[in-house]
Design a protein around this ligand. Structure first.
Ligand code: GLN
Length: 484
């Protein structure tokens, strides 16, 4: 088995046995990046020497017989929205083109403590706004399964890096689906943890009541391992919660007996691609054969999720992105007449068109006279969406659904139709609004070999249940072993 084709589990075992060194593993992935990323364009920044130096440190630890951290020298690619000291964090925006953070995000501190190797910074939609990675100011990432198609977004670079064998593990962020949606379209595992499970300290804010960092991997165990390394309370993010973090990497192998899986009737309606539906139904058959009970449930307010999201997320974005004024942060225009003009010119030059659209939508929704009609109303419906889930989870343990309504769409296909693009997150957004954990696992390929994902949702802080449920399916199938 080649290094870049192996799962993180297999790699860790070989590292622990001494069959491989972290320098060898890291070199193999760096070589893969050199060979493939010219076409795929998943990375914005790769510092070969820095990565190899980190790998050498882990190898030296092992040589001295010291205990190594949970990630034991495995490379991790990081979405360009997470601050890492001394590495650029552009958020794929001209606004932050020259920003090099002077500090580490909490998750980066945790990765370093776990002896991960930071292999590179991945491309994304600007400020995580988008579903195709086409909104990057710097490059368009391509889907490793079909270079004419998008990898999804906004964490498209991280998903494509793992799918393309250029990193065994990656971090992304998910505000409305940005981990699960690209994971589904690229045929890898991606998880959005519960809101509050991971500290957002050092994550550049998009919509603060929705944003969560989470793992990508080529199998469920890898995602479990990475979440275990980064989850837990951090006093620097007051929304991070002090709930115990289970040893996911161990319990992931334990199947669940008596599993009740809910299927929402609202999820299987027109707009859902036939091959996607077929794969999800086949996945349910796999669970049935394992003794799970499939129950129909209802999420009556889910039809409002996209509309609610496109009030709440842009509102928070318009407030969060106010900090980019050419003074405190980011790009400053070189030509202006006065201070107001300097703000306007800096923002006009620094932000791309989708970011501007979001800022305008949000500013409008929050403005006097419209606040009650839009923002407040959206918050009320958000509560109803959460209530639907609370009721459903009295009947079932997890909820299964498609991740994406269609397989990967073509580059350019939706970019001029924002509404159609927004609808590609129709299955993922509710979990963010309700704060729930969700996972996307590979569950099929279309006839033309495009990946299809299965989404599983669970009640808050039940990531362990999701990993175990997902692993039960993975063990019976070989979709996660398929490579582009
Ligand atoms: N596609 C959604 C958006 O554009 C979700 C993005 C995300 O999760 N960061 O807002």
């Amino acid at each position: 088995m080649s290094i870049s084709g192996a799962t993180s589990d297999e790699l860790l075992q070989r590292l622990d046995r001494g069959d491989l060194t972290s320098v060898q593993v890291t070199t193999a992935y760096l070589d893969q990046i050199a060979a493939r990323d010219g076409q795929i364009q998943a990375f914005l920044h790769v510092d070969r020497d820095r990565a190899l130096a980190q790998a050498q440190v882990v190898d030296d630890k092992r040589k001295r017989g010291e205990k190594v951290g949970l990630l034991g020298g495995l490379p991790v690619a990081v979405k360009d929205v997470i601050c890492s000291q001394g590495e650029p964090a552009t958020c794929a925006s001209r606004m932050l083109e020259k920003f090099v953070p002077p500090y580490d995000a909490h998750v980066i501190t945790r990765l370093k403590a776990a002896d991960a190797v930071l292999i590179g910074r991945t491309n994304m939609d600007e400020f995580a706004m988008g579903s195709s990675t086409e909104n990057s100011a710097f490059k368009t990432t391509r889907n490793p399964w079909d270079l004419e198609r998008t990898p999804g977004g906004s964490s498209g670079g991280s998903a494509a890096a793992v799918a393309g064998g250029m990193a065994p593990l990656a971090l992304g962020s998910d505000t409305g689906g940005s981990i699960r949606q690209p994971a589904g379209l690229c045929g890898v595992v991606g998880m959005k943890p519960t809101y509050g499970r991971i500290s957002r300290y050092g994550l550049v804010a998009y919509a603060s009541s929705l944003d969560q960092i989470g793992p990508f991997a080529n199998d469920v165990a890898g995602a479990a391992l990475l979440l275990e390394a980064i989850a837990g309370h951090d006093p620097r993010d007051s929304t991070s919660v002090g709930v115990d973090v289970p040893a996911y990497s161990r319990t992931v192998q334990e199947p669940l007996a008596g599993l009740r899986i809910g299927i929402a009737k609202e999820h299987f309606v027109s707009g859902l691609d036939a091959e996607v539906e077929q794969s999800v139904r086949k996945a349910l058959d796999v669970y049935k054969s394992l003794g799970a009970e499939i129950k129909e449930i209802s999420l009556p307010h889910s039809k409002y999720a996209v509309a609610v999201y496109y009030i709440v997320a842009p509102s928070e974005a318009s407030s969060n992105l106010a900090r980019y004024d050419g003074v405190h942060y980011g790009h400053r225009a070189s030509q202006f007449h006065n201070m107001i003009d300097m703000y306007c010119a800096s923002r006009a030059e620094g932000f791309g068109s989708e970011v501007k659209r979001r800022i305008m939508l949000g500013t409008y929704a929050l403005s006097a006279g419209y606040y009650d009609a839009y923002y407040l109303k959206a918050l009320k419906v958000r509560r109803l969406i959460r209530n639907d889930f609370d009721a459903a989870f009295k009947e079932v343990d997890v909820i299964a659904s498609p991740v994406n309504p269609t397989p990967a769409f073509k580059i350019g296909e939706l970019i001029d139709d924002p509404l159609a693009m927004y609808l590609s997150d129709i299955y993922t957004i509710s979990a963010n609004l309700a704060g729930l954990p969700g996972i996307s696992v590979p569950a099929g390929l279309t006839k033309s070999r495009l990946p299809i994902g299965l989404q599983l949702l669970a009640p808050p802080f039940e990531e362990e249940r999701l990993f175990r449920t997902a692993r039960m399916f993975e063990r019976e199938t070989d979709w996660h072993r398929q490579r582009p």
